[in-house]
Write a protein that binds this ligand. Structure first.
Ligand SMILES: Nc1nc2c(c(=O)[nH]1)N[C@H]1C(S)=C(S)[C@@H](COP(=O)(O)O)O[C@H]1N2
Ligand SMILES: [Mo]
Length: 369
């Protein structure tokens, strides 16, 4: 036995790095949890102070490459077609979804693109990514072994762990360097992983609407902005009125719209400063949130202080905002991801508590009418 281990080690020194099977399995589960957690959380990170979330996601992905390598090599021999039981098919499905999520993620990082109907590569990646824990739980139902059964080689296993994480971080740096060297489309991504599209070029940037949000063009004559909730003087404004009113629509803001589907666009926005709007209606002391609501029911809230720095934009790079981009007014929320930049705004509501229904509304708005 000892001789065999020694033989193996001289054949391939990399194997020294391989933790015991059970440890690999549990570390795999932990890596998946970290990947899904950081992946989902990254969807709401729009400020560079949150860049670490993307870095952890990337390093965990490379750890998954190493760990999956160990795992797949170990179980590959069970994969003979004549030995495929139902339980093994679940394992195969798990391997396929994991490799799919990994592959699409790496491909994205290296600047790849793909279209599956309305979906881009990053959407395919996210779909596979959230499928992995589901299939993993299914797999664990049949193949669960308590972590307590794992052999304990404290120090050695800890070193192997450190090596896996160290290698992953190196691979991640290497990937970045290779990206720069080869100058791939993945090289000049933003910290969120998004790629630039149509910056500074008025309305000529991509249009992204959720599921069914596709209202008819709004007639400027009929449109009104209603401002209410916890304010001293609720008010309603027409478009002309806003422009000529002392409030004005000439506040300026440069901000990046960064969509979670993987593109960003940097523009000069112009419109009504939400801070000025709030000063006009007078929020009560109990006010904590400001909700921006679309004609479609789509809505999102910002804390009052943050909302003061936002803009209800009527113009982009000097052009009137087009229907697709939210005419007559769309929210510009610097440091927030694109899905929070509500288009076709008709209502601004000041509230004490955050409206939790809005995280459902962004998926179902447009179906409601
Ligand atoms: N009312 C409404 N606002 C919306 C959306 C939507 O579907 N409906 N999509 C959001 C998403 S996901 C993004 S990325 C941005 C995209 O803005 P754009 O279509 O002007 O590029 O708008 C956001 N605002
Ligand atoms: Mo988006």
């Amino acid at each position: 036995m000892r001789l065999r281990t020694k033989d193996r080690l001289t054949v391939n020194p990399l194997r020294r790095l391989e933790p015991p099977a059970r440890v690999v399995d549990w570390t795999l589960a932990a890596a998946v949890a970290i990947l899904v957690g950081t992946g989902l959380y990254s969807l709401v990170v729009g400020d560079p102070s949150g860049a670490w979330v993307f870095d952890v996601h990337a390093i965990a992905a490379f750890a998954l490459v190493v760990l999956l390598g160990f795992k797949l090599r170990r179980v590959a021999s069970r994969l003979r077609p004549d030995r495929l039981t139902r339980v093994r098919l679940v394992s195969v499905l798990l391997a396929v979804t994991s490799l799919g999520a990994l592959g699409t993620g790496l491909w994205w990082a290296f600047g790849g693109s793909v279209r599956v109907g309305p979906w881009g590569l990053l959407m395919v990646h996210m779909t596979l990514g959230v499928a992995v824990p589901v299939v993993l739980l299914w797999h664990l139902r049949h193949r669960y072994h308590s972590p307590a059964d794992a052999p304990h080689h404290g120090r050695r296993t800890a070193l192997q762990y450190a090596a896996v994480v160290g290698l992953s971080a190196l691979a991640w740096r290497g990937q970045r360097a290779a990206n720069d060297l080869l100058d791939t489309a993945g090289a000049d991504r933003r910290f969120t992983g998004s790629r630039e599209e149509g910056s500074g070029d008025g309305n000529a940037f991509p249009v992204t609407s959720w599921v069914a949000d596709d209202p008819a063009p709004i007639d400027a004559e009929d449109w009104e902005l209603r401002v209410g909730g916890l304010v001293d003087e609720p008010a309603t404004f027409g478009l002309d009125e806003l422009a000529t009113d002392e409030l004005g629509t000439d506040a300026q803001q440069r901000a990046v719209l960064d969509c979670t589907s993987g593109w960003y666009s940097d523009h000069d926005w112009q419109g009504l400063a939400v801070g000025d709007l709030l000063d006009t209606v007078g929020p009560r002391d109990s006010a904590r949130w400001v909700q921006f609501r679309s004609v479609t029911g789509y809505r999102w809230s910002l804390p009052v202080e943050e909302a003061r720095g936002a803009l209800l934009a009527t113009h982009v790079d000097g052009e009137r905002i087009s229907h697709d981009h939210g005419f007559p007014m769309r929210l510009v929320a610097p440091g927030r991801r694109g899905f929070q930049w509500v288009k076709w705004v008709t209502d601004v509501r000041v509230t004490r508590r955050r409206d939790v229904s809005e995280s459902v509304a962004i998926f179902v708005s447009g179906f409601e009418e």
